[in-house]
Structures are given as structure tokens and as C-alpha cells.
Design a protein around this ligand. Sequence first.
Ligand code: DC
Length: 226
Amino acid sequence: MKLKIAIDGPAGTGKSTVAKKIAEILEIDYLDTGAMYRAVAKFFLDNNIDPCEIDNNTVEKIFKEINFDFKNNSLYMNGKILSDEIRSPEVGKIVSKVASLEAIRKKLTLIQRELAKGKSIVVEGRDIGTVVLPDAEVKIFLTASAEERARRRLKELIEKGINVSFKEVFDEIVQRDRIDSTRKVAPLRAAKDAVIIDTDGLTVEEVVEKILEIVNKKIKKVEKQL
Ligand code: DC
């Protein structure tokens, strides 16, 4: 049985940590779709492309120069493994704008489906349960308050040696939530059949445990039907 697990939710809910752990425990692949939007945003920065002045033709041209690959559970763009450079505040500032462009989303959605095809995989993002993998066997939507998410994000950035204030991180999270959940194409929202988990006050281990319970129930249910 091929098991697809969609994990969606806003920034700072611990999605990445949880998604990676689930994939590790189940010994299946893990795909971070946010990293793909970030890599495209970095490509915009590196090539002085303004996301506010882009049309469908430009997107076609850009994607001729961008090639994603997924090898040994790692994402590559144009032959280079995606590094922490895609997590810089500069990329953070424009990534929501890039992710709100319909033509970009269409391209990345197709690539993501292709990368996830035929395997058991945990796919993490904002629209995985609703748009990218609507047939995923398990759909999880993680939430947490903006303050809690900003605290977690700040800790992560400081550990990476990126020096920012709580206010900067908090404001960026609130701003990104607004853009992500109000955009016309594939807005951030839980799929109707997703299980919503509020992670405030829960440890990573507790969230992982809850998700594994849901996954195990699903596996048992499918096995019964076989
Ligand atoms: O998960 P993240 O914070 O690294 O995501 C970066 C940005 O990409 C964020 O603004 C949301 C956007 N994104 C998206 O629109 N759809 C996805 N499937 C994944 C990320």
C-alpha cells in the first residue's frame, strides 16, 4: 500500500519538524513544498525579477531555467541541493508574493504531484490536502497561536545564527498568514477531511504521537478492506 500523508498549516506550527519525524519513523520519503516556493523566490531575488511585475509568459520562461529533482530524500534545484540560503529574511519577505502567483502555483503543483507519484511520502505545505494531493490517505492541518508560532520561529532562526527580533518575526508571520489565507489561488485552509490539531501547549513528540495514531487507524482500516 502506498501511503500519502499531507501535513498543512501556517508557518511556525512545527510542521517541518513533525513531518520529518513522521517520515523518519515510518521510513518513507519527505517533501517540503515550502522549500520549493522559497527556492523560486530566491531565484527571483538572484535574477532581479520583481514578483509584482510578472505575467504568464515570464513564468514560462523562468520555469525553462528551473529544474527540481528529488534524490535520496533531498530536494535539488538545477542540480544543487537546497541550502539554508532559502530561509533568509530576504527570501521570507517576498516568498508569499511569489506563492500567490497563479502561474507559479500551477507549475509547482504539477512538479510536486510528479515528485510524490508512486511512493509512500509525507508532503508538507499549505495546499497539499486541498489541491496538490486531494486523494492523500491522511490529511493533517496543524494550527497554533501567532505568538506561539513567532516564539518557535525566532528560536529556530537564532539557532541558525540569523539575528532577528521577536517583533520582526511576529510581524512577518501575521503578514504571511494574511497573504497566504486570502490569496485567490489555493488559499491556506484545512481540507474538509483533514484532522485539525491545535499544537499550542503540545510538545513535538505529542503531536507526532497524535498523527501516528491517525496513520495507524487509517492503515488498519485499509487493511480490513483488502
Ligand atoms: O513552509 P514555509 O514557511 O517554508 O513556506 C514558504 C512560503 O511558501 C509561505 O509563504 C507559504 C508558501 N507555500 C505555499 O503557498 N504553498 C505550499 N504548498 C507551501 C508553501
